[in-house]
Design a protein around this ligand. Structure first.
Ligand SMILES: CC[C@@H](C(=O)O)C(=O)SCCNC(=O)CCNC(=O)[C@H](O)C(C)(C)COP(=O)(O)OP(=O)(O)OC[C@H]1O[C@@H](n2cnc3c(N)ncnc32)[C@H](O)[C@@H]1OP(=O)(O)O
Length: 313
């Protein structure tokens, strides 16, 4: 979608309105942002207004400024109060018939497809911190993240095949099936999508949809005090292992290297010829070589070598 059409859709969806908000905290933790879905009365369903907000946040994410010592390299996507997200806010359909129409379905799928495609291709490492339900469009959202951390009470359900009233125009509309195939495989994705089975944390750990499980679930509202939200805390631990060489002393890995790897990996897709993929990989390598982060890393290595007995290089 071109940028002008996207801006028009964002504007239109803001006017369509609805309850709730998508909140963005770029300085949640060193180098990590937090995006949270807040529409608690409807289990964090996304209203049109929230879709526009999410789309704008994703657009701004690549350029968000951050503490210069800890450039933004990762983000957590979560839902407020013991639920991740229950998909599209179905209350909209009783407030106005246009939300039951094909025109709206078409706009929604364009906006959400664009948002989640961009989200999954961000140069930031993303993790969905999932407590309670991720259902319908909510299940599709978690497929846009690189990783998923589930509480033991999490439930994932691609409800689409069950939605008798709406399946003729609201099929799997936010790009989740393609992404589910790339996370799992065609056979597993087919089973999950067609059966609409509710997947527990254990199911997801077994089939590979979950990367980590928190034995505790969250106790209450989401706050910046991560210690009271175990799913967020577990997600942070998971991310910090990627980001820091030495967590105790807050020594980061090269942020440009992390972001570059994320860009390279997310640019790979089966439709793209390998040659194109190799080109992207090559360009990234050349652009990093000789830059500050690499030179500093080399210097660190040389110091270690000179200090130690191992004189291989
Ligand atoms: C491409 C997107 C599109 C798609 O194709 O799938 C969609 O996303 S359509 C929406 C798909 N989502 C659903 O079908 C989920 C519907 N909700 C449920 O099945 C259940 O509510 C739940 C999520 C499994 C939770 O069940 P439970 O814990 O028993 O809570 P309640 O059912 O009592 O819910 C509390 C409260 O929240 C309201 N609610 C829940 N989901 C939605 C929603 N998607 N839109 C609007 N409101 C929602 C529910 O009605 C309750 O409200 P009150 O009765 O006023 O308390």
């Amino acid at each position: 979608m071109n940028q002008n059409n996207l801006k028009l859709l964002q504007k239109k969806f803001k006017l369509y309105g609805g309850l709730g908000s998508v909140d963005f905290n770029p300085n949640f933790q060193k180098s990590i942002a937090l995006v949270s879905l807040n529409n608690v009365e409807s289990k964090n369903a996304l209203s049109p207004k929230m879709m526009a907000e999410l789309s704008e946040i994703v657009d701004s994410l690549e350029n968000t400024s951050h503490d210069k010592n800890y450039p933004l390299t990762a983000l957590i996507l979560t839902g407020n109060k013991k639920t991740f997200c229950s998909g599209f806010d179905l209350r909209m359909t009783s407030s106005d018939n246009k939300f039951k129409g094909k025109e709206f379905a078409n706009e929604m799928t364009h906006l959400m497809n664009d948002t989640l495609r961009k989200f999954s291709k961000l140069s930031l490492i993303s993790i969905a911190a999932i407590d309670g339900w991720a259902i319908g469009g909510g299940a599709e959202l978690i497929t846009a993240c690189d990783f998923r951390c589930l509480s033991k009470n999490a439930k994932i359900k691609f409800v689409h095949s069950e939605m008798g009233v709406t399946t003729d125009y609201l099929t799997i509309g936010w790009g989740g099936s393609g992404r589910l195939i790339s996370i799992l495989n065609q056979k597993e994705a087919l089973k999950i999508l067609v059966s609409g089975k509710t997947l527990t944390a254990n199911d997801c750990l077994q089939n590979g949809l979950a990367d980590v499980v928190s034995e505790e679930s969250s106790y209450g509202s989401l706050t910046d005090t991560v210690s009271i939200n175990p799913v967020i805390k577990k997600s942070l631990d998971f991310l910090n292992d990627f980001i820091f060489v030495d967590k105790e002393n807050s020594i980061m890995r090269s942020s440009s290297s992390i972001k570059s790897f994320k860009k390279i990996i997310s640019s790979f897709s089966e439709e793209k010829p390998f040659i194109k993929f190799n080109e992207i990989e090559r360009d990234a390598f050349v652009s990093l070589w000789g830059e500050n982060d690499q030179l500093m890393a080399l210097e660190r290595k040389i110091k270690i070598k000179n200090a130690g007995e191992n004189k291989k290089y």
